[in-house]
Write a protein that binds this ligand. Structure first.
Ligand SMILES: CC(C)(COP(=O)(O)OP(=O)(O)OC[C@H]1O[C@@H](n2cnc3c(N)ncnc32)[C@H](O)[C@@H]1OP(=O)(O)O)[C@@H](O)C(=O)NCCC(=O)NCCS
Length: 212
Protein backbone atom coordinates (compact mmCIF):
# COMPACT_ATOMS: atom_id res chain seq x y z
CA UNK A 1 0.00 0.00 0.00
CA UNK A 2 1.26 3.47 -0.81
CA UNK A 3 2.02 5.43 2.34
CA UNK A 4 1.57 9.17 2.76
CA UNK A 5 4.55 10.85 1.14
CA UNK A 6 5.27 8.11 -1.37
CA UNK A 7 3.59 9.54 -4.43
CA UNK A 8 4.91 7.91 -7.57
CA UNK A 9 7.07 10.18 -9.68
CA UNK A 10 5.88 10.45 -13.24
CA UNK A 11 6.42 12.41 -16.35
CA UNK A 12 4.17 14.08 -18.89
CA UNK A 13 4.34 16.43 -21.80
CA UNK A 14 2.10 19.47 -21.34
CA UNK A 15 1.88 19.97 -25.09
CA UNK A 16 0.05 16.67 -25.60
CA UNK A 17 -3.72 16.57 -26.11
CA UNK A 18 -5.83 16.11 -22.99
CA UNK A 19 -6.45 12.42 -23.63
CA UNK A 20 -2.72 11.74 -23.58
CA UNK A 21 -2.01 13.93 -20.58
CA UNK A 22 -3.47 11.73 -17.94
CA UNK A 23 -1.90 8.29 -18.29
CA UNK A 24 -2.97 5.61 -15.83
CA UNK A 25 0.52 4.06 -15.94
CA UNK A 26 2.87 5.70 -13.47
CA UNK A 27 5.82 4.66 -15.65
CA UNK A 28 4.48 6.77 -18.53
CA UNK A 29 7.25 8.56 -20.38
CA UNK A 30 6.88 10.79 -23.37
CA UNK A 31 9.63 11.39 -25.85
CA UNK A 32 7.50 13.55 -28.15
CA UNK A 33 8.34 17.13 -29.02
CA UNK A 34 8.03 19.83 -26.42
CA UNK A 35 9.04 20.04 -22.79
CA UNK A 36 9.06 17.06 -20.51
CA UNK A 37 7.71 17.72 -17.02
CA UNK A 38 8.61 15.39 -14.18
CA UNK A 39 6.43 15.17 -11.07
CA UNK A 40 7.99 13.95 -7.85
CA UNK A 41 8.06 14.40 -4.10
CA UNK A 42 10.28 17.22 -2.84
CA UNK A 43 12.36 16.70 0.27
CA UNK A 44 12.86 19.31 2.99
CA UNK A 45 16.16 20.52 1.53
CA UNK A 46 14.41 21.38 -1.76
CA UNK A 47 11.70 23.66 -0.34
CA UNK A 48 13.88 26.73 -0.94
CA UNK A 49 13.48 26.02 -4.65
CA UNK A 50 10.10 27.80 -4.41
CA UNK A 51 12.27 30.82 -5.35
CA UNK A 52 12.38 29.39 -8.90
CA UNK A 53 8.63 29.89 -9.33
CA UNK A 54 7.65 33.02 -11.25
CA UNK A 55 4.65 34.23 -9.24
CA UNK A 56 3.73 37.17 -11.47
CA UNK A 57 0.09 37.30 -12.55
CA UNK A 58 -2.13 39.94 -14.06
CA UNK A 59 -5.29 39.95 -11.94
CA UNK A 60 -8.28 42.05 -13.00
CA UNK A 61 -11.02 40.33 -11.02
CA UNK A 62 -11.07 39.29 -7.37
CA UNK A 63 -13.99 37.50 -5.74
CA UNK A 64 -15.56 38.36 -2.42
CA UNK A 65 -17.13 35.39 -0.67
CA UNK A 66 -20.55 35.80 0.94
CA UNK A 67 -21.48 32.36 2.21
CA UNK A 68 -21.49 30.20 -0.90
CA UNK A 69 -21.95 33.22 -3.21
CA UNK A 70 -18.99 34.81 -4.99
CA UNK A 71 -19.18 38.47 -5.98
CA UNK A 72 -16.71 39.74 -8.60
CA UNK A 73 -14.82 43.00 -7.99
CA UNK A 74 -12.99 44.53 -10.93
CA UNK A 75 -9.68 46.35 -10.51
CA UNK A 76 -5.96 45.88 -10.68
CA UNK A 77 -4.75 43.36 -8.12
CA UNK A 78 -1.83 42.02 -10.14
CA UNK A 79 0.70 39.89 -8.28
CA UNK A 80 4.43 40.65 -8.42
CA UNK A 81 7.37 38.24 -8.20
CA UNK A 82 8.44 36.82 -4.83
CA UNK A 83 10.78 39.25 -3.08
CA UNK A 84 14.15 37.42 -3.19
CA UNK A 85 15.80 39.47 -0.41
CA UNK A 86 13.20 40.82 2.03
CA UNK A 87 11.31 39.41 5.01
CA UNK A 88 7.71 40.37 4.15
CA UNK A 89 4.72 38.11 3.47
CA UNK A 90 5.59 37.65 -0.21
CA UNK A 91 9.31 37.09 0.28
CA UNK A 92 11.03 33.84 -0.62
CA UNK A 93 12.01 33.62 3.05
CA UNK A 94 8.36 33.74 4.16
CA UNK A 95 7.30 31.15 1.57
CA UNK A 96 10.07 28.71 2.56
CA UNK A 97 9.05 29.16 6.18
CA UNK A 98 5.39 28.48 5.28
CA UNK A 99 6.30 25.35 3.31
CA UNK A 100 8.51 24.11 6.15
CA UNK A 101 5.63 24.63 8.59
CA UNK A 102 3.31 22.47 6.46
CA UNK A 103 5.89 19.70 6.12
CA UNK A 104 6.59 19.81 9.88
CA UNK A 105 2.85 19.25 10.37
CA UNK A 106 2.73 16.12 8.22
CA UNK A 107 2.43 17.82 4.83
CA UNK A 108 3.75 16.32 1.62
CA UNK A 109 5.32 18.57 -1.04
CA UNK A 110 5.27 17.65 -4.72
CA UNK A 111 7.22 19.42 -7.43
CA UNK A 112 6.89 19.70 -11.19
CA UNK A 113 10.32 20.04 -12.81
CA UNK A 114 11.21 20.94 -16.38
CA UNK A 115 14.72 21.37 -17.71
CA UNK A 116 16.13 21.21 -14.19
CA UNK A 117 13.90 24.03 -12.98
CA UNK A 118 11.00 23.92 -10.52
CA UNK A 119 7.93 25.06 -12.51
CA UNK A 120 5.19 23.93 -10.10
CA UNK A 121 4.84 23.09 -6.41
CA UNK A 122 1.94 21.77 -4.36
CA UNK A 123 1.52 20.71 -0.73
CA UNK A 124 -1.18 18.64 0.94
CA UNK A 125 -1.59 18.39 4.72
CA UNK A 126 -3.59 15.25 5.48
CA UNK A 127 -5.82 15.13 8.59
CA UNK A 128 -6.02 18.88 9.22
CA UNK A 129 -9.13 17.73 11.00
CA UNK A 130 -10.45 14.17 11.18
CA UNK A 131 -11.02 12.97 7.56
CA UNK A 132 -10.28 16.47 6.18
CA UNK A 133 -7.09 17.27 4.26
CA UNK A 134 -5.87 20.74 3.35
CA UNK A 135 -4.56 21.63 -0.08
CA UNK A 136 -2.13 24.02 1.55
CA UNK A 137 -0.02 25.38 -1.31
CA UNK A 138 -0.22 25.32 -5.10
CA UNK A 139 1.79 27.47 -7.48
CA UNK A 140 2.68 27.07 -11.12
CA UNK A 141 5.29 29.35 -12.66
CA UNK A 142 3.74 32.05 -14.87
CA UNK A 143 5.01 30.82 -18.27
CA UNK A 144 3.76 27.30 -17.52
CA UNK A 145 0.20 28.07 -16.42
CA UNK A 146 -2.84 26.68 -18.22
CA UNK A 147 -0.85 23.70 -19.56
CA UNK A 148 -2.22 21.12 -17.12
CA UNK A 149 0.51 21.21 -14.47
CA UNK A 150 -1.67 22.60 -11.65
CA UNK A 151 -4.36 20.04 -12.43
CA UNK A 152 -1.85 17.24 -12.40
CA UNK A 153 -0.35 18.37 -9.08
CA UNK A 154 -3.74 18.74 -7.41
CA UNK A 155 -4.82 15.32 -8.68
CA UNK A 156 -1.75 13.77 -7.07
CA UNK A 157 -2.26 15.73 -3.83
CA UNK A 158 -5.86 14.50 -3.69
CA UNK A 159 -4.63 10.93 -4.16
CA UNK A 160 -2.19 11.31 -1.27
CA UNK A 161 -5.05 12.57 0.95
CA UNK A 162 -7.34 9.70 -0.09
CA UNK A 163 -4.61 7.16 0.62
CA UNK A 164 -4.13 8.72 4.06
CA UNK A 165 -7.85 8.12 4.73
CA UNK A 166 -9.29 11.60 4.25
CA UNK A 167 -12.72 12.02 2.64
CA UNK A 168 -12.70 15.78 2.06
CA UNK A 169 -10.22 18.40 0.98
CA UNK A 170 -10.35 22.11 1.80
CA UNK A 171 -8.46 24.98 0.25
CA UNK A 172 -8.12 28.61 1.21
CA UNK A 173 -7.89 29.92 -2.35
CA UNK A 174 -6.42 33.13 -3.66
CA UNK A 175 -9.61 34.97 -4.68
CA UNK A 176 -8.40 35.75 -8.22
CA UNK A 177 -10.54 34.88 -11.24
CA UNK A 178 -8.15 32.28 -12.70
CA UNK A 179 -7.51 30.55 -9.41
CA UNK A 180 -11.18 30.34 -8.41
CA UNK A 181 -12.06 29.05 -11.90
CA UNK A 182 -9.33 26.44 -11.57
CA UNK A 183 -10.72 25.10 -8.29
CA UNK A 184 -14.37 25.23 -9.42
CA UNK A 185 -13.31 23.25 -12.50
CA UNK A 186 -11.79 20.61 -10.25
CA UNK A 187 -14.93 20.10 -8.17
CA UNK A 188 -14.28 22.46 -5.27
CA UNK A 189 -17.24 24.53 -4.02
CA UNK A 190 -17.33 27.60 -1.77
CA UNK A 191 -18.07 26.68 1.86
CA UNK A 192 -20.81 28.42 3.81
CA UNK A 193 -18.84 27.78 7.01
CA UNK A 194 -15.08 27.87 6.38
CA UNK A 195 -12.82 26.10 8.87
CA UNK A 196 -12.18 28.69 11.58
CA UNK A 197 -8.42 28.08 11.70
CA UNK A 198 -8.09 28.78 7.94
CA UNK A 199 -10.54 31.68 7.85
CA UNK A 200 -8.64 33.39 10.67
CA UNK A 201 -5.40 33.24 8.66
CA UNK A 202 -6.88 34.30 5.29
CA UNK A 203 -10.25 36.06 5.76
CA UNK A 204 -10.17 37.47 2.20
CA UNK A 205 -9.57 34.13 0.49
CA UNK A 206 -12.30 32.02 -1.07
CA UNK A 207 -12.72 29.00 1.22
CA UNK A 208 -13.63 25.89 -0.74
CA UNK A 209 -14.24 22.21 -0.14
CA UNK A 210 -14.31 19.08 -2.24
CA UNK A 211 -15.39 15.47 -1.56
CA UNK A 212 -12.50 13.14 -2.37
C1 LIG B 1 -4.11 28.27 -10.02
C2 LIG B 1 -2.95 27.51 -10.66
C3 LIG B 1 -2.22 26.71 -9.59
C4 LIG B 1 -3.52 26.55 -11.72
O1 LIG B 1 -2.46 25.85 -12.31
P1 LIG B 1 -2.38 25.70 -13.89
O2 LIG B 1 -1.24 24.79 -14.18
O3 LIG B 1 -2.36 27.03 -14.50
O4 LIG B 1 -3.79 24.99 -14.17
P2 LIG B 1 -4.16 23.89 -15.28
O5 LIG B 1 -3.42 24.19 -16.53
O6 LIG B 1 -4.01 22.54 -14.71
O7 LIG B 1 -5.69 24.18 -15.43
C5 LIG B 1 -6.10 25.29 -16.18
C6 LIG B 1 -7.39 25.77 -15.62
O8 LIG B 1 -7.11 26.63 -14.53
C7 LIG B 1 -7.68 27.91 -14.74
N1 LIG B 1 -6.55 28.80 -14.92
C8 LIG B 1 -5.74 29.11 -13.90
N2 LIG B 1 -4.80 29.97 -14.29
C9 LIG B 1 -5.01 30.23 -15.59
C10 LIG B 1 -4.36 31.06 -16.53
N3 LIG B 1 -3.30 31.82 -16.20
N4 LIG B 1 -4.82 31.07 -17.79
C11 LIG B 1 -5.88 30.31 -18.12
N5 LIG B 1 -6.52 29.52 -17.25
C12 LIG B 1 -6.11 29.47 -15.99
C13 LIG B 1 -8.64 27.76 -15.86
O9 LIG B 1 -9.88 27.46 -15.24
C14 LIG B 1 -8.16 26.56 -16.63
O10 LIG B 1 -9.25 25.80 -17.02
P3 LIG B 1 -9.54 25.56 -18.58
O11 LIG B 1 -8.33 24.83 -19.08
O12 LIG B 1 -10.78 24.73 -18.56
O13 LIG B 1 -9.71 26.94 -19.15
C15 LIG B 1 -1.96 28.47 -11.37
O14 LIG B 1 -2.64 29.18 -12.36
C16 LIG B 1 -1.23 29.43 -10.43
O15 LIG B 1 -0.16 29.09 -9.94
N6 LIG B 1 -1.80 30.62 -10.18
C17 LIG B 1 -1.17 31.64 -9.37
C18 LIG B 1 -0.97 31.23 -7.94
C19 LIG B 1 -2.23 30.82 -7.25
O16 LIG B 1 -3.19 31.57 -7.23
N7 LIG B 1 -2.21 29.62 -6.65
C20 LIG B 1 -3.32 29.10 -5.91
C21 LIG B 1 -3.17 29.42 -4.47
S1 LIG B 1 -4.57 28.81 -3.56
Amino acid sequence: MTQVGEAEPDIFNPALPATARWPEESEYHCEAEGSIVEFRKLDQTELARVAEIDRRERINVLYEQHGTQLVARHGNWSASAWDPEGHGGYSVEAKVHELQHYVDNGGVALGALAGGRLVGIGVVVPHLRPRIAQLAFLHVSAPWRATGIGGRLSEQLEQIARTAGDSDMVVSATPSENTVRFYLGRGFQPMADPLAELFELEPEDVHMRKKL
